[in-house]
Design a protein around this ligand. Sequence first.
Ligand SMILES: Nc1ncnc2c1ncn2[C@@H]1O[C@H](COP(=O)(O)OP(=O)(O)O)[C@@H](O)[C@H]1O
Ligand SMILES: [Mg+2]
Length: 418
Amino acid sequence: MAIAAAQALGQIETVEKLGNTGAFSFGNRAVTPSRRIGRLDQLEAQVEQLLDRAKIAIVYGGDKREPGAVIRQAVNARSWKSYRSVAENIGDSLRRQGARNVQLLPDDMRLGERLSKDEIDFVWLNTGGVQGRSPMSHAAATLEMLGVPYLGHDPLMTGILDSKYVFKQNIAYLGLPTAAFALWNPAAMGGPDPRGDRRFERAFKGFGGPFIVKPVSGRASLHVHVVDDVNDLAEVIDEVYAATENDVLIETYLPGREYCIAIGGPVVARGNMLDRRSAPFAFSPAERRLDANELIFTSMDKKPITGDRVGPLDPAQDAAVIADLKNIAHAVYEDMQLESLIRLDIRADAAGKLHILEANPKPDLAAPTPQLTSIVTTGLAAEGMTYDDLIRSMFADRIDLLYCKRRGAVTALDALLG
Ligand SMILES: Nc1ncnc2c1ncn2[C@@H]1O[C@H](COP(=O)(O)OP(=O)(O)O)[C@@H](O)[C@H]1O
Ligand SMILES: [Mg+2]
Protein backbone atom coordinates (compact mmCIF):
# COMPACT_ATOMS: atom_id res chain seq x y z
CA MET A 1 0.00 0.00 0.00
CA ALA A 2 2.75 2.41 0.99
CA ILE A 3 4.71 1.52 -2.12
CA ALA A 4 1.68 2.03 -4.33
CA ALA A 5 1.10 5.41 -2.72
CA ALA A 6 4.73 6.38 -3.17
CA GLN A 7 4.64 5.25 -6.78
CA ALA A 8 1.56 7.33 -7.35
CA LEU A 9 3.49 10.30 -6.02
CA GLY A 10 6.39 9.55 -8.32
CA GLN A 11 8.80 8.99 -5.43
CA ILE A 12 9.92 5.52 -6.41
CA GLU A 13 10.63 6.71 -9.89
CA THR A 14 12.74 9.55 -8.49
CA VAL A 15 14.79 7.21 -6.36
CA GLU A 16 15.31 4.82 -9.24
CA LYS A 17 16.59 7.66 -11.36
CA LEU A 18 19.55 7.96 -9.00
CA GLY A 19 21.13 4.86 -10.40
CA ASN A 20 21.28 6.53 -13.75
CA THR A 21 24.08 9.02 -13.27
CA GLY A 22 23.12 11.28 -16.12
CA ALA A 23 19.47 11.62 -15.49
CA PHE A 24 17.46 14.15 -13.72
CA SER A 25 14.74 16.19 -15.19
CA PHE A 26 13.48 19.61 -14.26
CA GLY A 27 10.46 19.20 -16.48
CA ASN A 28 7.96 17.80 -14.02
CA ARG A 29 9.03 19.32 -10.74
CA ALA A 30 6.59 21.43 -8.82
CA VAL A 31 7.06 25.15 -9.10
CA THR A 32 6.69 27.14 -5.91
CA PRO A 33 3.52 29.18 -6.06
CA SER A 34 4.15 32.88 -5.88
CA ARG A 35 4.38 33.95 -2.32
CA ARG A 36 1.54 36.34 -1.79
CA ILE A 37 -0.61 38.67 -3.71
CA GLY A 38 0.27 41.59 -1.43
CA ARG A 39 1.16 44.82 -3.19
CA LEU A 40 4.76 45.79 -3.66
CA ASP A 41 4.22 49.36 -2.52
CA GLN A 42 2.94 47.95 0.76
CA LEU A 43 6.14 45.89 1.13
CA GLU A 44 8.26 48.95 0.23
CA ALA A 45 6.55 50.90 3.00
CA GLN A 46 7.06 48.06 5.50
CA VAL A 47 10.76 47.90 4.66
CA GLU A 48 11.18 51.68 5.03
CA GLN A 49 9.32 51.74 8.34
CA LEU A 50 11.17 48.77 9.77
CA LEU A 51 14.56 50.18 8.80
CA ASP A 52 13.55 53.42 10.48
CA ARG A 53 11.97 52.00 13.61
CA ALA A 54 13.14 48.45 14.32
CA LYS A 55 15.99 47.66 16.66
CA ILE A 56 18.10 45.34 14.56
CA ALA A 57 20.96 43.09 15.72
CA ILE A 58 23.46 41.44 13.40
CA VAL A 59 24.70 38.30 15.14
CA TYR A 60 28.22 37.04 14.42
CA GLY A 61 30.11 34.02 15.77
CA GLY A 62 30.90 34.30 19.49
CA ASP A 63 34.32 33.24 20.77
CA LYS A 64 34.14 30.39 23.29
CA ARG A 65 37.36 31.64 24.95
CA GLU A 66 35.75 34.93 26.01
CA PRO A 67 34.81 34.92 29.71
CA GLY A 68 31.08 34.28 30.08
CA ALA A 69 30.58 33.04 26.52
CA VAL A 70 29.87 29.39 27.37
CA ILE A 71 29.55 27.28 30.50
CA ARG A 72 32.25 24.85 29.41
CA GLN A 73 34.48 24.99 26.33
CA ALA A 74 33.84 22.08 23.99
CA VAL A 75 35.05 20.79 20.64
CA ASN A 76 34.26 22.74 17.48
CA ALA A 77 32.63 20.27 15.10
CA ARG A 78 32.95 22.99 12.44
CA SER A 79 36.05 25.13 11.96
CA TRP A 80 35.33 28.36 13.86
CA LYS A 81 35.41 31.90 12.50
CA SER A 82 33.84 35.05 13.96
CA TYR A 83 32.48 36.57 10.71
CA ARG A 84 32.37 39.88 12.61
CA SER A 85 33.80 41.99 9.79
CA VAL A 86 31.08 40.75 7.43
CA ALA A 87 28.48 41.54 10.11
CA GLU A 88 29.92 45.08 10.11
CA ASN A 89 29.55 45.28 6.31
CA ILE A 90 25.89 44.20 6.57
CA GLY A 91 25.22 46.65 9.42
CA ASP A 92 26.87 49.54 7.54
CA SER A 93 24.77 48.77 4.48
CA LEU A 94 21.54 48.77 6.51
CA ARG A 95 22.56 52.11 8.07
CA ARG A 96 23.26 53.62 4.63
CA GLN A 97 19.74 52.61 3.73
CA GLY A 98 18.13 54.37 6.65
CA ALA A 99 18.37 51.88 9.53
CA ARG A 100 18.71 53.95 12.68
CA ASN A 101 19.22 51.30 15.29
CA VAL A 102 21.64 48.54 14.29
CA GLN A 103 24.06 46.78 16.61
CA LEU A 104 26.36 43.79 16.42
CA LEU A 105 26.00 40.99 18.95
CA PRO A 106 28.08 37.83 19.44
CA ASP A 107 26.37 34.46 19.27
CA ASP A 108 26.98 32.99 22.75
CA MET A 109 25.13 32.12 25.94
CA ARG A 110 24.30 35.75 26.71
CA LEU A 111 22.50 36.28 23.42
CA GLY A 112 18.97 35.95 24.84
CA GLU A 113 19.74 38.28 27.73
CA ARG A 114 21.18 40.93 25.38
CA LEU A 115 18.29 40.69 22.94
CA SER A 116 15.87 41.11 25.79
CA LYS A 117 17.73 43.98 27.48
CA ASP A 118 18.13 45.93 24.24
CA GLU A 119 14.58 45.10 23.13
CA ILE A 120 15.78 43.82 19.74
CA ASP A 121 12.95 43.48 17.21
CA PHE A 122 14.78 41.67 14.41
CA VAL A 123 17.98 39.65 14.07
CA TRP A 124 20.17 39.10 11.00
CA LEU A 125 22.07 35.85 11.47
CA ASN A 126 25.68 35.93 10.26
CA THR A 127 27.15 33.27 12.49
CA GLY A 128 28.66 29.84 12.09
CA GLY A 129 28.08 29.16 15.78
CA VAL A 130 30.31 29.01 18.83
CA GLN A 131 31.12 25.34 19.43
CA GLY A 132 29.65 21.87 19.67
CA ARG A 133 27.62 19.92 17.14
CA SER A 134 25.44 21.52 14.45
CA PRO A 135 26.81 24.86 15.70
CA MET A 136 25.37 26.96 12.91
CA SER A 137 21.84 26.04 13.93
CA HIS A 138 22.17 27.07 17.58
CA ALA A 139 21.44 30.78 17.12
CA ALA A 140 18.41 30.07 14.92
CA ALA A 141 17.14 27.57 17.52
CA THR A 142 17.62 30.15 20.29
CA LEU A 143 15.69 32.79 18.34
CA GLU A 144 12.87 30.34 17.65
CA MET A 145 12.72 29.61 21.36
CA LEU A 146 12.80 33.30 22.29
CA GLY A 147 10.22 34.33 19.68
CA VAL A 148 12.44 36.90 17.97
CA PRO A 149 12.03 37.18 14.16
CA TYR A 150 15.24 36.65 12.21
CA LEU A 151 16.81 36.46 8.78
CA GLY A 152 18.42 33.09 8.11
CA HIS A 153 17.44 29.45 7.65
CA ASP A 154 15.42 27.83 10.42
CA PRO A 155 17.38 25.56 12.79
CA LEU A 156 16.45 22.31 11.06
CA MET A 157 17.36 23.57 7.59
CA THR A 158 20.58 25.17 8.87
CA GLY A 159 21.62 21.80 10.30
CA ILE A 160 20.73 19.99 7.09
CA LEU A 161 22.64 22.43 4.90
CA ASP A 162 25.68 22.55 7.16
CA SER A 163 26.07 18.77 7.09
CA LYS A 164 27.47 17.96 3.66
CA TYR A 165 26.29 14.37 4.19
CA VAL A 166 22.67 15.12 5.09
CA PHE A 167 22.49 17.77 2.37
CA LYS A 168 23.73 15.27 -0.23
CA GLN A 169 21.23 12.68 1.02
CA ASN A 170 18.49 15.25 0.46
CA ILE A 171 19.53 16.26 -3.03
CA ALA A 172 20.25 12.68 -4.09
CA TYR A 173 16.72 11.77 -3.01
CA LEU A 174 15.41 14.69 -5.05
CA GLY A 175 17.25 13.33 -8.09
CA LEU A 176 19.76 16.19 -8.28
CA PRO A 177 23.32 15.47 -9.44
CA THR A 178 26.04 14.95 -6.82
CA ALA A 179 29.16 12.76 -6.65
CA ALA A 180 28.82 9.31 -5.04
CA PHE A 181 29.45 9.57 -1.30
CA ALA A 182 29.76 7.70 1.99
CA LEU A 183 30.14 8.80 5.58
CA TRP A 184 32.89 7.42 7.78
CA ASN A 185 33.59 7.73 11.48
CA PRO A 186 36.67 5.80 12.61
CA ALA A 187 35.63 5.82 16.27
CA ALA A 188 32.13 4.49 15.66
CA MET A 189 32.73 2.25 12.65
CA GLY A 190 35.61 0.05 13.76
CA GLY A 191 38.67 1.98 12.61
CA PRO A 192 39.68 4.29 9.79
CA ASP A 193 39.62 1.76 6.94
CA PRO A 194 36.31 1.75 5.06
CA ARG A 195 37.28 -0.98 2.55
CA GLY A 196 34.99 -3.96 2.74
CA ASP A 197 32.27 -2.08 4.63
CA ARG A 198 28.82 -2.54 3.10
CA ARG A 199 28.03 1.20 3.16
CA PHE A 200 31.28 2.07 1.42
CA GLU A 201 30.74 -0.72 -1.14
CA ARG A 202 27.16 0.38 -1.75
CA ALA A 203 28.33 3.92 -2.52
CA PHE A 204 31.39 3.16 -4.62
CA LYS A 205 30.80 -0.31 -6.10
CA GLY A 206 34.44 -1.30 -6.44
CA PHE A 207 35.64 2.16 -7.59
CA GLY A 208 39.35 2.41 -6.72
CA GLY A 209 39.94 6.18 -6.81
CA PRO A 210 40.59 9.02 -6.96
CA PHE A 211 38.51 10.11 -3.97
CA ILE A 212 37.96 13.30 -2.02
CA VAL A 213 38.09 13.07 1.78
CA LYS A 214 36.71 16.05 3.68
CA PRO A 215 35.06 17.08 6.95
CA VAL A 216 31.30 16.55 7.00
CA SER A 217 30.92 20.11 8.19
CA GLY A 218 33.70 22.33 6.99
CA ARG A 219 34.53 25.59 5.32
CA ALA A 220 37.11 27.19 3.06
CA SER A 221 38.61 23.92 1.78
CA LEU A 222 40.09 23.20 5.22
CA HIS A 223 41.12 19.52 5.65
CA VAL A 224 39.98 18.61 2.12
CA HIS A 225 42.24 15.98 0.50
CA VAL A 226 42.48 14.17 -2.80
CA VAL A 227 43.27 10.46 -2.35
CA ASP A 228 44.29 8.74 -5.57
CA ASP A 229 44.18 5.15 -4.37
CA VAL A 230 41.57 3.36 -2.26
CA ASN A 231 44.40 1.76 -0.27
CA ASP A 232 45.47 5.16 1.05
CA LEU A 233 42.03 6.23 2.26
CA ALA A 234 42.39 5.05 5.86
CA GLU A 235 45.41 7.21 6.60
CA VAL A 236 43.74 10.37 5.31
CA ILE A 237 40.41 9.60 6.99
CA ASP A 238 42.32 9.24 10.26
CA GLU A 239 43.98 12.61 9.72
CA VAL A 240 40.71 14.46 8.99
CA TYR A 241 39.02 12.77 11.93
CA ALA A 242 41.87 13.73 14.26
CA ALA A 243 41.58 17.35 13.13
CA THR A 244 37.80 17.64 13.40
CA GLU A 245 36.59 14.91 15.81
CA ASN A 246 33.61 14.66 13.51
CA ASP A 247 32.36 12.38 10.76
CA VAL A 248 34.38 12.29 7.54
CA LEU A 249 32.86 12.41 4.08
CA ILE A 250 34.29 10.36 1.21
CA GLU A 251 33.34 11.22 -2.39
CA THR A 252 34.47 10.41 -5.91
CA TYR A 253 36.84 13.11 -7.18
CA LEU A 254 35.46 15.40 -9.91
CA PRO A 255 38.32 16.71 -12.05
CA GLY A 256 36.44 19.30 -14.14
CA ARG A 257 35.83 23.04 -13.99
CA GLU A 258 34.50 24.50 -10.76
CA TYR A 259 31.62 26.95 -10.38
CA CYS A 260 29.50 28.75 -7.81
CA ILE A 261 26.06 30.30 -7.98
CA ALA A 262 24.01 32.16 -5.37
CA ILE A 263 20.26 31.86 -4.98
CA GLY A 264 17.88 33.67 -2.67
CA GLY A 265 14.20 34.47 -2.31
CA PRO A 266 12.08 36.07 -5.04
CA VAL A 267 12.06 39.65 -3.69
CA VAL A 268 14.81 41.67 -5.36
CA ALA A 269 15.81 45.33 -4.88
CA ARG A 270 17.40 47.45 -7.58
CA GLY A 271 18.15 51.06 -6.77
CA ASN A 272 15.64 50.90 -3.88
CA MET A 273 12.87 49.60 -6.16
CA LEU A 274 11.49 46.22 -5.13
CA ASP A 275 10.39 43.49 -7.47
CA ARG A 276 8.74 40.20 -6.47
CA ARG A 277 9.61 37.54 -9.00
CA SER A 278 7.61 34.38 -9.57
CA ALA A 279 10.67 32.24 -8.80
CA PRO A 280 13.74 32.48 -6.55
CA PHE A 281 16.55 34.74 -7.71
CA ALA A 282 19.70 32.95 -8.95
CA PHE A 283 22.65 35.27 -9.49
CA SER A 284 26.44 35.63 -9.59
CA PRO A 285 27.23 32.49 -11.60
CA ALA A 286 31.01 32.39 -11.34
CA GLU A 287 33.96 30.19 -12.11
CA ARG A 288 36.67 29.39 -9.62
CA ARG A 289 39.74 29.19 -11.76
CA LEU A 290 42.11 26.46 -10.65
CA ASP A 291 45.80 26.49 -11.58
CA ALA A 292 47.08 23.55 -13.60
CA ASN A 293 48.30 21.76 -10.46
CA GLU A 294 45.53 22.91 -8.14
CA LEU A 295 43.40 19.79 -7.61
CA ILE A 296 41.08 21.50 -5.15
CA PHE A 297 40.32 25.19 -4.71
CA THR A 298 42.82 26.66 -2.23
CA SER A 299 41.36 27.88 1.05
CA MET A 300 40.42 31.57 1.21
CA ASP A 301 42.20 31.51 4.58
CA LYS A 302 45.46 30.82 2.70
CA LYS A 303 44.95 32.74 -0.53
CA PRO A 304 42.52 35.68 -0.62
CA ILE A 305 39.80 35.58 -3.24
CA THR A 306 40.89 38.00 -5.93
CA GLY A 307 39.41 38.73 -9.34
CA ASP A 308 41.84 36.43 -11.14
CA ARG A 309 40.83 33.41 -8.99
CA VAL A 310 37.06 33.82 -9.11
CA GLY A 311 35.30 35.62 -11.91
CA PRO A 312 31.78 36.04 -13.25
CA LEU A 313 30.87 33.86 -16.21
CA ASP A 314 30.42 35.51 -19.56
CA PRO A 315 26.70 35.68 -20.47
CA ALA A 316 27.41 35.06 -24.16
CA GLN A 317 30.35 32.66 -24.13
CA ASP A 318 29.21 30.67 -21.08
CA ALA A 319 25.46 30.79 -21.79
CA ALA A 320 24.98 27.00 -21.68
CA VAL A 321 26.74 26.46 -18.37
CA ILE A 322 24.99 29.50 -16.84
CA ALA A 323 21.63 27.98 -17.81
CA ASP A 324 22.62 24.64 -16.24
CA LEU A 325 23.81 26.34 -13.04
CA LYS A 326 20.59 28.34 -12.75
CA ASN A 327 18.45 25.23 -13.32
CA ILE A 328 20.32 23.38 -10.60
CA ALA A 329 20.08 26.35 -8.22
CA HIS A 330 16.33 26.75 -8.78
CA ALA A 331 15.76 23.03 -8.26
CA VAL A 332 17.70 23.01 -4.97
CA TYR A 333 15.97 26.14 -3.64
CA GLU A 334 12.46 25.11 -4.61
CA ASP A 335 12.61 21.37 -4.04
CA MET A 336 14.26 21.70 -0.63
CA GLN A 337 11.86 24.55 0.17
CA LEU A 338 14.63 26.92 1.18
CA GLU A 339 13.80 30.32 2.59
CA SER A 340 17.09 32.18 2.68
CA LEU A 341 20.19 32.78 0.57
CA ILE A 342 22.64 29.97 -0.16
CA ARG A 343 25.67 29.68 -2.41
CA LEU A 344 26.11 26.40 -4.21
CA ASP A 345 29.56 25.04 -5.01
CA ILE A 346 29.43 22.92 -8.15
CA ARG A 347 32.03 20.98 -10.12
CA ALA A 348 32.08 19.18 -13.45
CA ASP A 349 33.16 15.58 -13.93
CA ALA A 350 35.56 14.51 -16.68
CA ALA A 351 32.71 14.56 -19.20
CA GLY A 352 31.70 18.11 -18.25
CA LYS A 353 28.49 17.15 -16.41
CA LEU A 354 27.82 19.32 -13.35
CA HIS A 355 27.56 17.92 -9.80
CA ILE A 356 26.64 19.79 -6.62
CA LEU A 357 29.49 19.79 -4.08
CA GLU A 358 27.78 21.61 -1.24
CA ALA A 359 25.40 24.38 -0.23
CA ASN A 360 26.76 27.19 1.92
CA PRO A 361 23.94 28.24 4.27
CA LYS A 362 25.68 31.47 5.25
CA PRO A 363 27.72 32.44 2.23
CA ASP A 364 30.36 35.12 2.61
CA LEU A 365 28.64 38.51 2.23
CA ALA A 366 31.75 40.66 2.56
CA ALA A 367 31.29 44.01 0.80
CA PRO A 368 33.48 44.01 -2.30
CA THR A 369 36.57 46.21 -2.43
CA PRO A 370 38.68 47.01 -5.51
CA GLN A 371 41.16 44.29 -4.44
CA LEU A 372 38.99 41.57 -2.94
CA THR A 373 35.80 39.90 -4.02
CA SER A 374 33.25 37.77 -2.25
CA ILE A 375 31.90 35.20 -4.68
CA VAL A 376 28.26 36.08 -4.06
CA THR A 377 28.87 39.70 -5.06
CA THR A 378 30.85 39.03 -8.27
CA GLY A 379 27.79 39.07 -10.52
CA LEU A 380 25.82 41.92 -8.93
CA ALA A 381 26.94 44.51 -11.48
CA ALA A 382 25.66 42.28 -14.30
CA GLU A 383 22.25 42.29 -12.55
CA GLY A 384 22.32 46.07 -12.30
CA MET A 385 22.65 45.74 -8.52
CA THR A 386 24.93 47.12 -5.84
CA TYR A 387 25.97 45.52 -2.54
CA ASP A 388 23.32 47.66 -0.81
CA ASP A 389 20.71 46.30 -3.24
CA LEU A 390 21.68 42.75 -2.25
CA ILE A 391 21.36 43.52 1.46
CA ARG A 392 18.04 45.30 0.86
CA SER A 393 16.81 42.37 -1.23
CA MET A 394 17.56 39.91 1.57
CA PHE A 395 15.91 42.14 4.19
CA ALA A 396 12.79 42.79 2.08
CA ASP A 397 12.49 39.14 1.08
CA ARG A 398 12.55 38.10 4.72
CA ILE A 399 9.89 40.67 5.70
CA ASP A 400 7.76 39.42 2.80
CA LEU A 401 8.26 35.80 3.87
CA LEU A 402 7.45 36.53 7.50
CA TYR A 403 4.20 38.25 6.58
CA CYS A 404 3.32 35.47 4.16
CA LYS A 405 4.29 32.32 6.03
CA ARG A 406 5.00 33.24 9.64
CA ARG A 407 2.18 35.51 10.69
CA GLY A 408 2.50 34.27 14.26
CA ALA A 409 6.18 35.20 14.40
CA VAL A 410 5.77 38.82 13.42
CA THR A 411 3.47 40.23 16.02
CA ALA A 412 6.57 42.00 17.41
CA LEU A 413 7.03 43.79 14.09
CA ASP A 414 3.33 44.63 13.69
CA ALA A 415 3.60 47.14 16.51
CA LEU A 416 6.27 49.05 14.55
CA LEU A 417 4.24 49.39 11.37
CA GLY A 418 1.38 51.63 10.44
N1 LIG B 1 34.00 15.56 -4.93
C1 LIG B 1 34.87 16.53 -5.22
N2 LIG B 1 35.57 16.51 -6.39
C2 LIG B 1 36.48 17.45 -6.71
N3 LIG B 1 36.78 18.47 -5.91
C3 LIG B 1 36.13 18.57 -4.72
C4 LIG B 1 35.14 17.62 -4.32
N4 LIG B 1 34.68 17.98 -3.10
C5 LIG B 1 35.36 19.10 -2.77
N5 LIG B 1 36.23 19.46 -3.74
C6 LIG B 1 37.16 20.61 -3.74
O1 LIG B 1 37.36 21.04 -2.41
C7 LIG B 1 36.86 22.37 -2.23
C8 LIG B 1 36.15 22.48 -0.90
O2 LIG B 1 35.09 21.55 -0.84
P1 LIG B 1 33.61 21.95 -0.43
O3 LIG B 1 32.77 20.72 -0.48
O4 LIG B 1 33.15 23.11 -1.25
O5 LIG B 1 33.78 22.34 1.11
P2 LIG B 1 34.19 23.69 1.86
O6 LIG B 1 34.15 24.82 0.86
O7 LIG B 1 33.15 23.82 2.91
O8 LIG B 1 35.54 23.45 2.42
C9 LIG B 1 35.96 22.62 -3.42
O9 LIG B 1 35.92 24.01 -3.70
C10 LIG B 1 36.61 21.79 -4.51
O10 LIG B 1 37.71 22.48 -5.10
MG1 LIG C 1 32.84 25.10 -0.69
